[in-house]
Design a protein. Sequence first.
Length: 225
Amino acid sequence: MDEFTWISAFLLGLMGAPHCSAMCGGIVGALSLGTQPVVAKKSRNIPYVLMYNLGRLTSYTLAGMMAGGVTALSSRFVDLNHLQLILKGFASIFMLLLGLYLGGWWPVLTRLEKVGSRLWVYLEPVGRRFIPIRNLRSAFVLGGIWGWLPCGLVYSALIYSTTAGDAVHGGILMLSFGLGTLPAMISLGALGIGLQTFLRRPVWRKLAGMTVIGFGVYMAYTIYL
């Protein structure tokens, strides 16, 4: 996995901030409110926000390892280089679709989110058991469950992680993506609705969409280099 791969994964997470705000802003707010019985001052919520996100990134990393591991197992039957080229082409298509989704031009990935919602039906009730949050361990576990929330952005990153070729690099790629989402998620936890309103402006959605489309075009181009 070259340097461009994990940097592009990080930028994918970073440019997904408007989508993260719309998708997870309410969840972040609810999690912060869920600490109120224990944490009286808002400034003291920060360790809890950090633990939510640590749990979320742990889930992303595990999912990336599974995706990369599937590629490694498949390489026993198909040449790895050929398989990676195929997966890279598939990932570039998903990047283009994700860009259209983020920009609000074509919400095609909502169909994929509906598929993922079948798993979320079982996980969401488990998460409720940890609210209100009484300690950092509960915050971490709840964040880990949150990491499996149906999300077209995350699914696109997972498709990208299959190109890594093995479990370790797949995990690193998803971790890089998760780190890219951190600025938005931590800021939402600290600033709340003010940042959420700012990020929901159409100009940011369209900028994010065009940038991700650019990634997709470049990724498709590199296949033929």
